[in-house]
Ligand binder design. Structure first.
Ligand code: GLV
Length: 323
């Protein structure tokens, strides 16, 4: 088959020039809107394609896969892939790619930004200035908690968790981590491995870096939040579903913990009536963990490389293993 006859649906415009490169080889159908294609439209547009470049907002489920008989590859522009039914894809022999590695340091930067913002009340302080409340230098104004020297608990010690630990070293923090993964040689230098309960009891900051799977869904619930220190801050740059959000709202409102920095929430975008919007001491971001110019262009390039490899029947640069 002539490569030009291969069709790829791309669910959104992407930063950088990767899509132009894709279009030089194959026929590209690009969804032109700012918002994701609605599910029915996604199914319609993918019914006769050989490849899909998808975002984490696109549900690639069994019905979609079964309705796309020519599909060879789904290439996600994300490291997470909980939007894709891997079992359905594997059943049909469809390759699934993701974009780890290129976003590790950028996401770790954002986790640290949330640690700093939540502990030093950065967002609140900015509002204070803009609202014309700044009268004088006040020794008691906007006091927060020190990051340097504090204990950081990292839940999930993959590439991003370890990158956060390296940053913590620069702040003189004590690092604890909990993971189900085998230890690497570097791990022992980055922190001390403990079980999750010990981490939750000891850490002043708990930062989540696990993928969203049936095993991690709501792994931070009422029991875990009650176990945390009352001066602790929870930081989540992984997936909202890892935290039981109703329990988190109660934890914040009732003072079980001191604050949260969240780049991700259970339902995105957060509904306007979500009680989390009114909980005290929460910094909320719109899922921008990997959002730097360079990293997003690298993610797009990797997703295009994965897609082209899958179309050509070659190994993907990063192929998601079925769990
Ligand atoms: C972003 O959340 C990603 O999974 O890359």
């Amino acid at each position: 088959m002539n490569e030009r006859d291969l069709r790829v649906f791309v669910t959104r415009r992407l930063p950088g020039d990767a899509l132009e490169r894709l279009a030089q080889s194959v026929t590209v159908d690009l969804w032109p809107e700012d918002l994701p294609p609605p599910y029915d439209e996604l199914r319609r547009r993918t019914a006769a394609v050989h490849g899909i470049i998808a975002l984490l907002t696109d549900r690639i489920d069994a019905a979609l896969v079964d309705g796309a008989p020519l599909l060879r590859v789904v290439s996600n522009v994300a490291v997470g892939h909980d939007n894709i039914d891997l079992t359905a894809a594997a059943r049909r022999g469809i390759r699934v790619g993701n974009t780890p590695g290129v976003l590790t340091e950028t996401t770790a930067d954002l986790a640290f930004a949330l640690i700093l913002a939540a502990s030093r009340r950065i967002v609140e302080a900015d509002r204070f200035v803009r609202n014309d409340n700044w009268r004088t230098w006040d020794p008691s104004l906007l006091l927060g908690h020190d990051v340097h020297g504090a204990t950081l608990g990292i839940v999930g010690f993959g590439a991003i968790g370890r990158a956060v630990a390296r940053r913590a070293g620069g702040f003189g923090m004590r690092v604890l981590y909990a993971t189900t993964r085998d230890a690497t040689a570097e791990d022992a230098h980055l922190g001390a491995r403990v079980d999750l309960d010990a981490l939750l009891r000891e850490a002043a900051f708990v930062s989540l870096h696990v993928p969203m799977t049936p095993h991690t869904a709501k792994m931070i619930g009422e029991r875990e939040l009650r176990m945390m220190r009352s001066d602790a801050v929870l930081v989540n740059t992984s997936r909202g579903g890892v935290v039981d959000q109703d329990a988190l709202v109660r934890a914040l409102n009732e003072g079980w913990i001191a604050g949260a920095g969240l780049d991700v929430v259970d339902v995105e975008p957060i509904p306007r009536d979500d009680p989390l919007l009114h909980a005290p001491n929460v910094v909320l971001l719109p899922h921008i963990g990997s959002a730097s110019h360079v990293t997003r262009a690298r993610m797009a390039a990797l997703a295009v490389d994965n897609c082209l490899a899958g179309l050509r029947g070659e190994p993907l640069l990063h192929e998601v293993c079925r769990l």
